[in-house]
Design a protein around this ligand. Sequence first.
Ligand code: ZN
Length: 304
Amino acid sequence: MLARILGSGAAGAFPQWNCNCRNCGGLRRAAIKARARTQSSLAVSDRGRHWVLFNASPDIRVQIESFAPLQPQEGVRGTGVAAIVPVDAQMHNVIGMLMLREGKALEVYTTEVVREELTSRFPVFTLLSRYCGVNWHQLDPASGGGFTVPECAGLRFTAVAVQSKAPPYSPHRHDPHPGDTIALWVEDLGTGRSLLFAPACGQVSPELLSVMERSDCVMVDGTFWENEEMAATGLTDKQARAIGHLPQAGPGGMLGILAELKKPRKILTPINNTNPILDEASPERRQVEESGVEVAYDGLEIVL
Ligand code: ZN
């Protein structure tokens, strides 16, 4: 299995267009040591010819241009993108599909509740039906969640239910429904190795933990360092846990959970622009690295 992080930034990317926080302003002024990041997406493939995208970010065009295997290889039109699997209906995970309207019908795999959101309240599918069209495939974590993508027959995929938060536009925002958010577990049928992608994760349930324990690589929610991180900017009262993200630091935080895992390579993604671990010289970044956890960056490739 080949995996490439196309984007490792959270919603708004890094730097965010209107943000002058210590990180965003510091990156622009070269006052901190950090890398720019596009919005979160992962590409996986069995042999490198056809790729499945987990999330279609607003930055998808530049992400495709930065990675040749996703570009047309022969003929006048073509793509290496075989299918798209959004983990939820958040705008930053689905808007990229609108950028792909010039091609053939998109093969999109989502839960039923995400399909409902994308045909009604944020009607990406409805809009695309007037352009390239969408061939929708249902994912159902409640009945095992397993699925395959024909062009990537060497991989087996499983949608795993995750507790996070539905989008702000959704009536599910304060009324969680099963299927609002999933993680994706990918097994390579040839090598037997596996990868978990859980970029939106408010809690690590026993079920999710058991998948983490048997994975060879886990990519988990690295959005926030602390619960109060965004509130500390003085611009919002949003707290990490309240918007569906488990912070890294402190009791019950993601770093403590990852420390218990013996087997997998551990990678945080995406990272919000307010997170101090973006500053490669920060004590928080050192703490992450000293605990054996990696911070994702755009272009990070993994072979399993
Ligand atoms: Zn910022």
